[in-house]
Design a protein around this ligand. Structure first.
Ligand SMILES: NC(=O)c1ccc[n+]([C@@H]2O[C@H](COP(=O)([O-])OP(=O)(O)OC[C@H]3O[C@@H](n4cnc5c(N)ncnc54)[C@H](OP(=O)(O)O)[C@@H]3O)[C@@H](O)[C@H]2O)c1
Length: 249
């Protein structure tokens, strides 16, 4: 039964950036498919509101802090939770030019967008290995393969996500842990609010897609469920663009 392959009953998914935007949309999709969800971010109120009455937990933590991934791991252990699925959706885009970005802004962006996905996954891989089953979903971007204005730090991190995903697959897939990346196009979230405020820019971006529109949060749900479930059993180290054909043109 193909439908059974998408069933996440009995699985637990940890979603960084799960309090808002694409992370929240993916967490809701995995929860709808039967998973218990753990939402991670800095804003506790936001995490609580997003979780609502669903089965799961929250972890209010600043992932850029030194050893944050270890604190997260200890918090999960104290709750008796061992995630089967990790969605690395926490991210920032400082939108600073190559001439102006400071060393600290550069390091902050690279750390949260590229290092944290690895460091968080590394904490939970032993538990996945013990179960011989795991799924890691990293989030890239159009900027994984294209250079955008004022995207030097963000794009560098998102380009790195492609190789991080392949390297994770190489290291861990033989233990039943698949790692894949989703590459979203333009979706209206807090991260892209500065872009969506400019109607002309938004329409121009929509025109650059094959479908003639930008993303809706629901568009990320099916692809996330595919990578989180048994449906992607023989898929690892891959990147799937969810961009309405932006990169196909
Ligand atoms: N929207 C798009 O068009 C688009 C396109 C391509 C890729 N993406 C990627 O999709 C992912 C989600 O972004 P989004 O668009 O959904 O924007 P978003 O709503 O702003 O989500 C970003 C999340 O990251 C969390 N976060 C930021 N800094 C953090 C930190 N230091 N520690 C822990 N959590 C932190 C935020 O929660 P707190 O503020 O509560 O910490 C927030 O929930 C990002 O990786 C982004 O690069 C988005």
């Amino acid at each position: 039964m193909v439908a059974a392959q998408f069933d996440l009953t009995g699985r637990t998914a940890l979603v960084t950036g799960g309090g808002s935007g694409l992370g929240a949309a993916m967490a809701m999709a995995l929860s709808d498919a039967g998973a218990s969800i753990v939402l991670v971010g800095r804003r506790e109120d936001r995490l609580k509101a997003t979780l609502g009455s669903r089965d799961g937990a929250i972890a209010a933590i600043d992932l850029v802090r030194q050893d944050a991934e270890k604190d997260l791991s200890q918090h999960m252990a104290s709750l008796g939770i061992e995630p089967d699925i990790i969605v690395n959706a926490a991210g920032i885009n400082p939108r600073l030019s190559a001439d102006d970005i400071s060393s600290s802004e550069w390091q902050h962006t690279l750390h949260l967008n590229l290092s944290v996905p690895f460091l968080v996954a590394q904490q939970f891989v032993p538990g996945m290995k013990a179960k011989a089953w795991g799924r890691i979903i990293n989030i890239g971007s159009l900027q994984s393969s294209r250079a955008f204005e004022n995207g030097i730090a963000y794009g560098t991190a998102k380009g790195g996500i492609l190789q991080l995903t392949r390297a994770m697959a190489e290291a861990w897939s033989r233990f039943g842990i698949n790692a894949n990346a989703l590459l979203p196009g333009f979706f209206p979230t807090e991260l892209t609010a500065p872009v969506f405020e400019d109607t002309g820019k938004v329409e121009n971006l929509a025109r650059q897609t094959a479908m003639g529109r930008n993303g809706r949060l629901d568009d990320i749900c099916g692809p996330a469920l595919f990578f989180a479930s048994d449906a992607s059993a023989y898929v690892t180290g891959q990147a799937l663009a969810v961009d309405g054909g932006f990169t196909a043109k």
